[in-house]
Design a protein around this ligand. Sequence first.
Ligand SMILES: [Zn+2]
Length: 1396
Amino acid sequence: MSRDEIAKQLRGTRKEVESAVKTIQSQFNHIRNGGTSSVASDALRYEINILSKLSFALQDNCHKHADLYCDIVASMLPHVEPCATKPEFWARHLGSLHYIYHAICREQTIEECQRFYALVNKQRVHLKNKTDYKLYLNIHIRHLYFFGQQIQIQPTSTAKNQLCLALQAMGVLFQAMQRQNGGYSELIAELNQILGKRSNSFLKILGTLPVAYSNKMYEPLFKLLASSGSTTDELNTQFPEYLSALLALIQIDGFSWQQQAEEAPQQLALQLLRCCRESYKELTSLNYVMQLLYYYLKLLFTRDSAQTTDLKRHYIDLTKKLINFFEHKGAAHAKEQWFIDFLLVFVRVQKLLHQRNGKNNCFEVFWQGLGGTDSAETYTAHFELIQCLITMSMDISSNSPLAASCTNDSKCQSLRKHCIFTLGCCATNAYSFWQPSAQATLQKAAQESLAGIIHYAVDVVKVTKCMVATSAELLNFVWHLNNIADKVSSGTQMALLQLLVKPLQQLRSLLGDQEMRQLLRRLYKAGSYCDNPELAAQLQCTFIAATTCPARQFQQICVYYCNAKNSIPKCVYELHEMSPLGNPLTTAQRRKLYELDMVAVMAHRKTPPLLQSLLRHRQTDYQLVLLGRHMRTDTTILNRFEELRLKLQKKRLTRLEQLMLAHVSVSKILELDEKNQKTKIPMKEVTERSLEELCIKYNLLDVNIASEKPRVQLATAVIAAFEAFYNQADAERLSSDEALIDWEALIDDAICAAKALSSMGYMQQADRAWLLLLRISRMLGDRFTFLRAISHFMSHYTQHALFDMAHEVEHAQQLLDDLWPQIRSDHFLKRQHTTLMLCLCQMALYYARLDCLSHAQLLLLHVERLRDQFQERVGKCDVVLLTLQSVRFRICYQQRHCSILARMPTVYQQLDTLTENVRKFTSISSVDLGALYMLLSDLVRDSTECTANRLCELPNMSISLLQVLLKSGLVLRTVEVLISWMWTNLRMECMDKALSKLRLIEHFLCIQPLSLAQPISKSSSLITTPMDAQSKHMTELVGKMLSMQLEQGTASVEPIRKQQQLTVSLPPLKIQSQNANRLKLQRYLQETHPVIRDSNQLQCIYFIVGCFHARLYFLNREYDQLDDFYSMANDWLQRDTERSNALGHMLLVLPVYQANYLRATNKYRQAIEVTESALKLAKSEQLQQRVDVNYRYNLLLQLRTAQLELQPKPVAKTRRQQQPRRALQFNVSPEDKPKEKSKASKTKPKFTIYTEDSSLSSGSSPEENKRFDLNSCQLIEIIDLSDEELSPPLPPPPLTAAQVKLTKSLPRTAQATRSTRTRAQKQLETPIVPARRVATAPNTLGLTSSISRRNTTPEDTPKTTTVTRGRTRRQNAVEEQPVTPLVKMDSMSTRRRQRN
Ligand SMILES: [Zn+2]
């Protein structure tokens, strides 16, 4: 078969190949056995020929029959040998082997590859040509590399064996080469195919092969290298190759150390350097660096820990030599390649040295030796070396294959930057692993040098383009920085970090958020050792700002503020802003951080510096507003607020702006309040007599209803703005990005405005404010605010036009049920105790008004018990006790016919106790004082009605309240008190005092200013003169009084003063002033004044003042304007029923006055009309609250009198000179009291009075006493009258007949039942009345009683009873102001009991 056919067959089918195998084997055998002299060369030639055909075949049929090809090779290879004459044949033979090997050295033919490699190795190594070794070496290197790859894919023993075989084979080759002794100058370059040019992982495989096998290669290798005999030039060229191999060997050593730490170290790198020492001894410079490297590595590879005692000294010495070399040679050779190569290799050695992973590190012993407590000097030297290397690296001008390849980007050109960063990492690494105790011993200079290295590394890395967040080297660098920070346990260590804080900020652009946060966390922890507290705080705040979870961030901010050590007067936000490591926050993040910070400051440390600090960084006006709320004493804040307020007022507002306007307006209110509070009026100067002087003295002339108006408007605007904010919630949604709404602030300020409105007394506006608070607090679940709001309503209403009160009260009840059992636990504040108990009190009042008296009573008892549980309240007169008592008073006073009430002390007793307790008031919580003022205001109004209708005074409460009101500039409230007082004065007929009040009221209501020109002394004399005159004429009067009354008979409806003046020529009061305007009553009814134009409440006040003024005219017998006035007043009432209804009780006062006037002017029919309609009104539901029973009595009496007056005058009865039966000492002001009292005790009254005893013991005829128990039963008769109030007027009989008829007309049964009731009442009442008081049964001055009285003999009454203790009885049957069912006299108190 021809050779061509063989070639064809080899490329053919398997069968063909098999046949080719046979052919080749037979042909080759034929040649071998040819017997010619050229058998060897022929065989070789044939073999070469066949091998080349195999090569082609392999390529053509894609290795299909590689096994058969191996058979061919196996049959020939053992039998071929080099031919001495034709060495090129051997080269071709090796070349073919090399080619075939490369062809089959692949995954698919791995078995054939091994077989083929074994066949090659089995043959003896023949090196006939100079380059033959390269072919062998190439096969071995290929084999090593291929199986190195295999072992990486799957570590099998086969692969490992193949690697060992390859090493062994290479050893054999090197030995053969050694024998050849032929100068293999390129060997080192070839070797770098498996060393310097291979990856780390490949070197690792080499390093982990059994030492025995490795040595079989390395030993002959190093021998060969040592004797390579290269020329100087060659050595120069090979220098980088040696360095490259060296680096590989260092790594192999390292891996081998890890693998076989126990075995004798190979130290291949040192072996290589040792053989180089031999070859390079002629080249001084290169040899020197080799020497340096040798000693340096030798030290690094120290294995014997016993040597480490000297290690530090040696290392310091060596670093000095190295630094010296670099600094001196460096200058001369900086541009030469060998120097650059060496420098780069040295940098890489450093990198390897600092790669310390795990304990099995080949440099472990070195690092241990370097460490220790006395290691500062060695480390200093080490950092100096690194510093020196960095300086050298900066001058690297050209590239070198020896440089470490960039792991981030294969095209990376930043060799220099990488070098410097690597060195920086090395320094960081070295320090990071150093023991913390030793770290602390590093000198400041060395520390600075180290910081400089790290700083420079950071500077470089941030401009290295290939560096990204995930770069291993960068992560490693950061890990060590973390580790350094983590180890900080002293100020010295922290000092290094302080130097690094600024550089680290530049890392931000490179690091991931997570890494940066970790680093910040460690730095903040290390900050606790910082000698600069502000920096420490900044670090902490930086970490806080870097936290992404808002809840955790807030928690950390709170932790920061709660730590007392953090005393920097700056807020977290500001500290973060100032921090050298500040986080680059987005606007939204900044906003969030700021808002959380603000909330935390408000909650934990609301100090002025922190607030100021927050203020400096505020981002929105809303924040300004929230902060400024707490800095209301700061004038700059107030100015800013005012600017903001004025700005906001001018525009159409968004929801948030509404909120801001409300908050800033509250500040304005408080500012105004404070201005008002500046007037300090001493309590002792506030007396009834000196009020006008007081107003002038304390410059209250510009205080009036108009001056109060801005505050009212402000507070109303505040509520309107809050309301707008609240109501628009759905229409105009606010995301939390826009603003973090501070609802607590909203509630606080809304309460502030509501309280202002309440305390100023503007009910309509206050209702609206509290209603808003009710709604908001219910929505927010703010229980105590809800209770406060509902308390407001419960204390005034039983139902409200604006909301379903019953429903809300029910909710309040649920809250109270839930709250009261736990109210004593520690987390409830005192003001919350107060709020809860006050709410219960007001609820009692609410239920009492709804006629649920038992429930009310139970609630009050409950409050009492609850209050007793608070130690701080027991035995004190706190606002809860006062409210409790005042509620009882109100219930008692407004309710009638109730058995529960019968057991309660009488209203006067209660008022007395209250007055006494108010004096002893103790403030327990912050809400107490405000509640007290409100309580007093209501109390003065209620008690005035009560006392005035019963003809006595309670000036003390009014005086105390007035002082507070004037001091606080609360005009409307002042007017209310003055009206109350004037009312009392009118009732007592103290016209001068009433006039004084009127002047004051007119002043405060902007009707007529108090003029300085007005002679104060004269006016004050006016107050006293009538009194003197009165007392002077008293005796005279007494004698005439009864006769007058008798003369006038049933028509004696005139006030006693009027009678007095008729007889005692006392000059009428000069009501008129210079200003004629004062005369015109109609101005009270004209709604022209701008202040009152839009306020029903003020119009009502004006109206009431008008009524009082009219009354004053009437009492002074000036009737000119009264007709007009009363007709206008009635028009006024009809004009606006809603407004009229707001007048409440005053709706009854007007007809009482009017009827008086009409009767005085003999317009009886009109008087009857007026009284009848008023009586209808008194019974109607229109008056929501119960009205004082006295109005009805009065009206009834007037009605009856008018009806009688309408009758023809009866024949005058027998006149008998009688002593008037009444106490005649009117109008005694509290100041005059002692004088009056002593006088009363000295001079015996010259008139007869009735006492309980007198009426019972003697005097009156027994029949009459039988019929009318004058001391206890009068009420019955009055009630009887009231029952008949709507009955048709009686026919006009003669007086006596009428009397009899009236009496007899009483149904017997009714009389009987009523008398029993009264007795029962008396029995109940008597035991609880204190002994010193005289409990008086309701004294009725009913028609029948008076008539019957007239039948009694006055002389019969004992004259011994004293005025003060006795019960005086007015004989006058029909009285101008009847009433006084319950009059108690406290002989010690300043209150005078008066009966008329
Ligand atoms: Zn790079």
